[in-house]
Design a protein around this ligand. Structure first.
Ligand SMILES: [Zn+2]
Length: 335
C-alpha cells in the first residue's frame, strides 16, 4: 500500500508553520502553511501544527493516521527521547516544558519525532542538498538570528540537546548586547534583528539610509532579507556597512568553529544566506580565512539549495530509516 510509505514533516517557525507530506523517494506530495499563533499556549500552537499537517495530507490524498510517522523541527531545546520541547522563547507562553511529540501523536494518529529546527534543516542539506558530497558539515542559517547545525561523520551532533548554537559564539568579549542577553555574540552583529536595531540606532543619530523607505514601499514592518539585498544592490552606504560588519562577525565565528570541528564544508542557509547567494558565501569564506588555524586547507563554503521547504523536509527525515537514505544519496552523488 503506497500510503504506508508516506511520511509527514512540520517546520515550526516563529512566524509560520510549514507542513509537508513526502514519499519514500523524497518527493513532496502535498504541502500547507499556517501562521504561527502569536498568543495562547503551546497547546494552541500544537493544534495549528496538527491542522497544517492534516491539510497537507488532504492535498496528498492520505489520512495522517496512514503515515509511517511525522517529524517536527522545533525551536528551543528538544529532548530527543521524549520529543518534549522547552525554552522555545520566540513562541507564545513556551518557556517551560511541553510534551509536543505526545500531544501531536495523539491528534494525528501516527508516531511523531521531534528535532531541533536548525539541526533538521542541516540534516536535510546533508542528505539531499548542498551537503551531499561530504561526510561532515556545519550548517549556518543566517536569518533573524543565526542558527547552526552539525553533522559529524554522517551523524547529526546535538550534544545534550543544545549543540549548534553558533549564533552565540562570542566574536567580541564585552561587545554588543545580544538578543539572548549576553554580550559579543556573533548574532549581535550578524542576526537580521540585530542588524535592523543597529540601522534604527544609526538613523536616530542622523545617518541617512533608504532601508526603511524600501521597507515601507514593500508594505513590510521589518527589514526583510529582500529589503537588505535591494539596499545593498543600490549601494546604500549604511546597508553596505552593516552587511560588511555582519560578514566580519560571521567570518570570525564560523572560522573559529572550523578550528574546533574541521568539517569538510560550511553550508550557508537562512533568509539572508539564500537571498545573497553564492557571491556572499564566497565573501564569508574570505572573512573566515584570517581566522583559520589550518589556513592552507579551508573548508568548502556553499549555499543551501533546498529553500523554504528544507526545514520540513529535514523534519520528515526524523522518521525515515537513516542508513537507507544515506546510501541512496551517496549512490545518487556518484551517478
Ligand atoms: Zn547571544
Amino acid at each position: 500500500m503506497a500510503s504506508t510509505r508516506l511520511r509527514g514533516g512540520i517546520d515550526l517557525g516563529g512566524t509560520k508553520i510549514e507542513a509537508i507530506i513526502i514519499d519514500a523517494g523524497d518527493t513532496v506530495m502535498g504541502s500547507s502553511r499556517r501562521a504561527t499563533p502569536t498568543t495562547g499556549r503551546p497547546a494552541g500552537v500544537a493544534r495549528e501544527m496538527a491542522r497544517a499537517l492534516t491539510d497537507a495530507a488532504k492535498a496528498a490524498g492520505v489520512e495522517t493516521s496512514r503515515l509511517i510517522g511525522a517529524g517536527v523541527g522545533s525551536p528551543g531545546v528538544v529532548d530527543p527521547q521524549t520529543g518534549a520541547v522547552s525554552g522555545a522563547r520566540n513562541l507564545p507562553g513556551w518557556s517551560g516544558r511541553f510534551e509536543l511529540a505526545a500531544v501531536l501523536s495523539e491528534k494525528l494518529g501516527t508516531k511523531v519525532a521531534v528535532g531541533n529546527d536548525v539541526q533538521v534543516a542541516t540534516d536535510a542539506e546533508f542528505q539531499l542538498g548542498a551537503g551531499k558530497p561530504y561526510k561532515s558539515i556545519l550548517g549556518v542559517f543566517w536569518g533573524t538570528g543565526v542558527g547552526g547545525g552539525i553533522v559529524l561523520d554522517g551523524k547529526p551532533w546535538v550534544g545534550r540537546g543544545g549543540a549548534g548554537e553558533i549564533g552565540h559564539v562570542v566574536v567580541r568579549v564585552g561587545g554588543a548586547r545580544c538578543g539572548c542577553g549576553r554580550r559579543g555574540c556573533m548574532e549581535a552583529y550578524a542576526g537580521r534583528a540585530s542588524m535592523e536595531a543597529r540601522a534604527r540606532r544609526n538613523v536616530e543619530r542622523g545617518k541617512r539610509t533608504d532601508l526603511f523607505k524600501l521597507m515601507e514601499e514593500r508594505g513590510r514592518t521589518r527589514l526583510t532579507s529582500a529589503v537588505w539585498s535591494h539596499a545593498v544592490e543600490h549601494n546604500d552606504k549604511l546597508a553596505v556597512k552593516l552587511v560588511r560588519d555582519a560578514v566580519i562577525a560571521l567570518g570570525a565565528g564560523i572560522g573559529s568553529s572550523i578550528n574546533l570541528l574541521d568539517v569538510e564544508a560550511v553550508i550557508i542557509g537562512g533568509g539572508l544566506g539564500i537571498r545573497f547567494g553564492q557571491p556572499m558565501a564566497e565573501r564569508i569564506a574570505a572573512a573566515m580565512q584570517p581566522h583559520l588555524f589550518n589556513d592552507t586547507h579551508p573548508p568548502d563554503v556553499k549555499v543551501a539549495i533546498l529553500g523554504d521547504l528544507g526545514g520540513a523536509i529535514g523534519a520528515s527525515l526524523l522518521v525515515k530509516p537513516r542508513t537507507t537514505t544515506r546510501s541512496r544519496s551517496a549512490r545518487a552523488t556518484k551517478a
